[in-house]
Ligand binder design. Structure first.
Ligand SMILES: [Zn+2]
Length: 113
């Protein structure tokens, strides 16, 4: 190796997510350090889109909230507050507290084998 660069991975290899033999070098976290099969590539893209959408919605809510409440001393600990809110929502979700209308299990990996 020269210049401290890591040896590049081969284009094809076993999937790092499920072990399938048809993995292709994938761009994950701004790097080509993993192989993903087509099925896991689909899942990764879907999850990334879902989390990007959630992040967009939360950012919009916080952007509206901040000018109203952000000036109060001690109120601006957003990281802790959002973590607690997320934990509560997750708990309620797991308990079945949300209406599942509109939620589709079209993703192939969610089906029973
Ligand atoms: Zn895979």
């Amino acid at each position: 190796m020269t210049g401290g660069q890591a040896h590049p991975l081969p284009l094809l290899g076993p999937c790092d997510m499920c072990g399938a033999p048809d993995g292709v070098l994938a761009f994950v976290n701004e790097q080509f350090t993993e192989h993903h099969c087509p099925r896991c590539t689909h899942r990764h893209a879907l999850y990334t889109a879902a989390y990007d959408h959630l992040g967009f919605l939360i950012r919009q809510a916080v952007t509206v909230w901040l000018p109203t409440w952000g000036h109060l001393p001690g109120v601006i600990d957003l990281e802790e507050q959002l973590r607690q809110i997320g934990a509560e929502v997750h708990k309620d979700y797991k308990a079945g507290c949300f209406d599942r209308e509109g939620v589709r299990s079209s993703y192939p990996m969610s089906r029973a084998a």
